[in-house]
Design a protein around this ligand. Structure first.
Ligand code: F0G
Length: 462
């Protein structure tokens, strides 16, 4: 299809549909109270448009559903495993492929081998489960984003990059023995879903090789990242996404994937690497917690669907639609005067709640308050990425996160443009009443990964 058309069309037709969860204002008020103002605790049938996450929420293709029927359910050496192994090797060039039930299982396996007390992991930004798994091993997770990544109102092409000067400085500070690995998260989910440039990845890998420190990629959204490279980085416009992806992996000693994102599956992931000793250890841990090494906690059919998804996501019509439709959401919010992280990311638009709600301090959880108001108004579920997720308490003192964002994560191939138009209208309505939104207070929360189960309540009126 020639390019140049103004209207973005979904590059698929719909074969199977499910109803949306329409509710009344009263039902939503009750649901929110019953959920203790934590959107993770709202039953999904009380949600109209669910933007909690783009993870495991994709619509699978008819090819993937066919693959489900082809799945080989043998305990060991299933045909479906070899199909996945071939696909991952072809994609990444890495030798050893281990399926896992989802991304964080790969993180737990990897960091129980590579982490440990006294070690550090350096990254453009760790996702929350990555950080938690690094820390659970006893190691320290250090984020080294480029400074412009935290300047949310200023657009930039590759705000997912790692700060190379800081990376070299930290390597000097700790010495190569203490640095377990460098992790590049593609795209950088914690800071706006922003991409990493090929130049930055290449430079990080040169530093890693010079210091003989392994470089791993967290590739949940690698194809979206590759599309940004094609669109934005000089020298890549004429290269195919497949070629770009091949170059990305040429810089990696290993990777792990939550296949629930760019591979369109509802569950699944894998760990892939070259090192034989680490692979032996990983297989042992895998058997202990996930399952035998050729299924890793998944059914054969899941492996088969994952292999199909990994090939489908390289389709350039799909990637063009995907990135442009997120941009469309960003443009709509921007024209309604809603402050967003600029530019829109690959899988989500992030509202800057600190700017929209300057009357609520970080300790009043402005992003969570905004997410709750959006649910009350229109049944739209989003997720807080702010002080509820990343804030800490040290010796009784509250240490806020570096950002107060509300992420509108868009499931793949699920919602159409009219859903997005409705969403823009709903957010604009909430934003027009921003000054009336009240702070929340934390009632209870566990020490780690608090945002999943925390209980909150509206702050009493002054
Ligand atoms: N890495 C990144 C960059 C992620 O975004 C996620 C999950 C994981 C690792 C962990 O993978 O969920 O399969 O165990 N992100 C989801 C999200 C949960 O909503 O962004 P998982």
């Amino acid at each position: 299809m020639e390019s140049g058309w103004k209207t973005i069309i979904e590059p698929f037709k719909i074969k199977s549909v499910e109803p949306l969860g329409f509710t009344t204002r009263g039902e939503r008020e009750k649901a929110l109270r019953d959920a203790d103002y934590n959107l993770f605790a709202i039953p999904a049938d009380k949600v109209l448009i669910d933007l909690l996450t783009d993870s495991g929420t994709s619509a699978m293709s008819s090819d993937q559903w066919s693959a489900i029927m082809r799945g080989d359910e043998s305990y060991a050496g299933a045909r479906s495993f070899y199909e996945l192994e071939r696909t991952v090797r072809d994609l990444t060039g890495l030798r050893f492929v281990m399926p896992v039930h989802q991304g964080r299982a790969a993180e737990r396996v990897l960091f129980s081998i590579a982490g440990g007390k006294g070690k550090v992991v350096l990254s453009n930004s760790h996702f929350d489960t990555t950080r938690a798994n690094v820390e659970a091993s006893g190691a320290e997770a250090i984020d080294l984003p480029v400074p412009e990544a935290l300047d949310f109102s200023v657009p930039g092409d590759f705000k997912g990059n790692i700060d190379l000067r800081a990376l070299e400085a930290r390597l000097r500070e700790f010495g190569r023995e203490r640095v377990a690995m460098i992790v590049m998260t593609l795209t950088n989910n914690s800071l706006g879903g922003q991409p990493v440039s090929m130049a930055n990845l290449r430079a990080a890998s040169e530093i890693a090789r010079r210091q003989r420190v392994p470089l791993f990629l967290d590739i949940a959204r690698f194809a979206e990242n590759a599309w940004f490279i094609k669109r934005r980085e000089s020298g890549y416009a004429a290269r195919s996404v497949r070629e770009i992806v091949r170059e990305i992996f040429s810089y990696a000693d290993g990777c792990w994937m939550s296949a629930k994102k760019d591979a369109f599956v509802n569950i699944g992931g894998f760990l892939a690497l070259n090192d034989e000793r680490w692979t032996m250890e990983a297989r042992e841990i895998l058997i202990l917690g996930e399952g035998f090494t050729t299924y890793g906690g998944l059914a054969g059919r899941d492996l088969e669907a994952m292999a199909v998804g990994l090939r489908e996501v390289l389709d350039e019509h799909y990637l063009d639609y995907r990135i442009r439709s997120i941009e469309y959401l960003g443009e709509g919010l921007r024209s309604a005067g809603v402050p967003i992280v600029e530019p829109p990311g690959g899988h989500a638009v992030y509202i800057d709640a600190a700017r929209l709600l300057p009357h609520i301090p970080a300790a009043g959880y402005p992003a969570q308050a905004l997410a709750c108001e959006l649910y009350l108004t229109a049944g739209v579920r989003s997720v807080e990425i702010g002080s509820l997720m990343f804030g800490r308490r040290e010796n009784g003192a509250f240490i806020p996160a570096r950002m107060e964002l509300v992420r509108l994560a868009v499931p793949r191939r699920v919602y159409t443009q009219s859903h997005v138009d409705f969403l823009i209208e709903a957010v604009a309505d909430v934003a027009s009443r921003a000054g009336t939104i009240r702070p929340l207070r934390l009632v209870s929360a566990p020490p780690r990964l608090a945002h999943f189960t925390a209980k909150l309540a509206p702050e009493a009126a002054a």
